[in-house]
Design a protein around this ligand. Structure first.
Ligand code: OGA
Ligand code: MN
Length: 284
């Protein structure tokens, strides 16, 4: 029997008393079911080196290679699956991505046709304050839409921008544009079904340069602004205050996340893996 409790926020659960390095098949099945049911799963006090983080992540499925860092560098030598989220600068070069500023609400890599199904983020060094990560539940976000707004959204698809990452940095090899109609990205249905649970959810990805395909730009902007207006509601979100050793895994279809800024003079080092996913199917 797993010791599972709600996070106290609007999404997510904490699983206690588990060392993910030593989980048998039944234990992993229960953890997996909890991750699907709760969207965000927190496991504190883990002791994972890179190989162990990758090994545990692989139990969810094949891993994506990490996206190239903002400087064009790949990450940890020997571990192409590992993405480093950090503000630390060594020998004049950042060791990771996203700096110390805010990272705005987003779903990881939804600018690809088949975004990752899960992301696993492990805290190696955390600042004394700031740098909290917030999660929100996109099933609840859909449920809370006023009926008229939901009807306006139904049947539409959104182009998810591939120009900027959540820290506002331009992605490797992309010529920046701020015209949402011209920017590169993948198109996904605005209201999707969760591929595992089949529950309907809102799928927004990120706000900047998003475009509701086929609408005049002003109408697209107005619809997206209306849909985004409910995302900050405390009832559907959870604020995670990091401790060293925290492992947080999120369902990268049914949740979005953002990160608070923190003091650039302090150190924050996180290692992330991502599990391959499939294109999210449209709701019927
Ligand atoms: C990520 C991400 C935010 C954070 O790893 O995908 O958005 O809190 N991280 O570091
Ligand atoms: Mn992210």
């Amino acid at each position: 029997m797993l010791d599972m409790r709600r996070t106290g926020g609007g999404v997510g659960a904490e699983l206690r008393g588990v060392d993910v390095r030593h989980l048998d098949a039944a234990g992993f099945a229960a953890l997996h079911a909890a991750w699907v049911a709760h969207g965000v799963l927190l496991l504190r006090a883990q002791t994972l080196d890179d190989a162990a983080l990758i090994g545990f992540s692989r139990r969810f499925g094949a891993l994506d290679l990490a996206p190239v860092q903002e400087t064009g560098r790949r990450f940890v030598p020997g571990y192409p699956e590992l993405y480093v989220v950090s503000n630390v600068v060594e020998n004049g070069a950042p060791i990771g991505s996203l700096g110390a500023g805010e990272a705005v609400w987003h779903t990881d890599m939804s600018y690809l046709p088949a975004p990752p199904m899960a992301s696993l983020l492990y805290a190696l060094e955390v600042p004394p304050s700031g740098g909290d990560t917030w999660f929100c539940d996109m099933h609840a976000a859909l449920d809370r839409l006023p009926a008229a707004l939901r009807a306006r959204a139904a049947g539409h698809s959104v182009k998810h921008d591939g120009t900027y990452n959540s820290g506002g940095y331009v992605r490797q090899g992309v010529t920046p544009t701020d015209d949402p109609r011209q920017s590169p990205g993948a198109v996904h249905p605005l209201i999707c079904r969760h591929p595992d649970s089949l529950r309907p959810m809102l799928y927004l990805g990120r706000r900047r340069n998003a475009y509701v395909v086929g609408l005049p730009l002003e109408e697209s902007e107005a619809l997206l602004d209306a849909l985004w207006a409910g995302i900050d509601a405390p009832e559907i979100s959870y604020r995670h205050r990091w401790q060293v050793g925290d492992l947080v895994l999120w369902d990268n279809r049914s949740t979005m996340h953002r990160r608070d800024a923190f003091d650039a003079a302090s150190r924050r080092v996180m290692h992330r893996t991502q599990v391959k996913g499939a294109a999210p199917p449209a709701a019927a």
